[in-house]
Design a binder for this molecule. Structure first.
Ligand code: GLN
Length: 273
């Protein structure tokens, strides 16, 4: 069977996915070790038996809905190849908006930045890689996530990030930062979105929060007042219907200039204050 023939039948089998062709190409590239360019240019290449068996195994798992990122163990974020695992959220392109806003608003001089609930380390590593003069502290509640983020920092050779285990601010007493960023859990536990696509295979602890999804956002906003330097900035990702509620949480907690920004799909996605 050639690359082209395998892709054709894989696309048919993956028609339940939002992106059958892209999924199939990624799985093929993962098993053959070939780039997408090679696969498309040399699509008459014949697959060996050693490639076909694991490829069909991955295809069957993808057919059952497992995220492509879990099947290949990596996902690119801000052009950084990150190891991913089922212990954390899979980094999303929407979260790159948060990185973009954070980078655009950091002071020019070196400063300290905090990323809460870092997961794979995506946000922290993206910021640290762009601002080697700054020091990024990244925390996660889950020990396996801390290990994964540390592994990513090491693989990428990013050394200006310090990753530690902490339940939000619990291990950070007395520390203050020029900027605090977070993509916390913000989905309501009843949201039907939780029964569709990749989220079914991601940890609820990274997705779901009490109070209609606002509990962790509220906690971070309240506790964060003591962890921000004067004129410090907090940037939080949230759901596209939560902009007004998050702005109110910020202003009720005494923050100034709460402002919501949209993501690449033109939906409210993050609020900064
Ligand atoms: N944006 C993600 C989703 O809707 C959720 C991310 C989060 O809860 N922090 O799938």
């Amino acid at each position: 069977m050639t690359y082209q023939q395998w892709l054709k039948q894989a696309v048919t089998r993956l028609r339940g996915s939002e992106s059958p062709r892209r999924d199939a190409e990624i799985l093929l590239g993962h098993i053959t070790g070939r780039t997408r360019t090679f696969i498309l240019a040399f699509d008459e290449t014949v697959l060996t038996q050693d490639e076909l068996a694991p490829l069909d195994g991955l295809l069957a798992r993808r057919e059952r809905g497992e995220p492509v990122a879990h099947l290949v163990g990596m996902r690119e974020f801000w052009s950084l190849p990150l190891a991913v695992s089922p212990v954390t959220l899979i980094p999303r392109p929407d979260t790159e908006c948060l990185v973009e806003q954070a980078l655009g608003r950091l002071p020019e001089q070196p400063c300290d930045i905090l990323d809460l609930g870092t997961g794979t380390g995506a946000i922290a590593l993206a910021i640290a890689s762009e601002r080697p003069d700054c020091r990024v502290t990244a925390v996660d509640f889950i020990a396996d996530a801390v290990a994964l983020a540390q592994q990513n920092a090491q693989t990428l050779g990013i050394s200006n990030v310090n990753i530690l285990q902490s339940n939000w601010f619990s291990a950070l007493a007395g520390l203050q930062f020029a900027m605090i960023v977070s993509n916390p859990p913000y989905i309501d536990g009843q949201d039907p979105h939780l029964h569709q696509g990749d989220v079914r295979f991601e940890p609820k602890s990274a997705l779901v929060a009490d109070d209609g999804g606002l509990a962790d956002l509220a906690h971070i906003i309240h506790e964060g007042r003591n962890a921000l330097l004067p004129n410090g900035l907090m940037l939080l990702e949230h759901g596209w219907t939560q902009g007004e509620a998050v702005r109110r949480l910020f202003t009720d907690a005494g923050y100034l200039q709460a402002q919501t920004c949209k993501d690449y799909g033109n939906n409210d996605r993050l609020t900064l204050a």
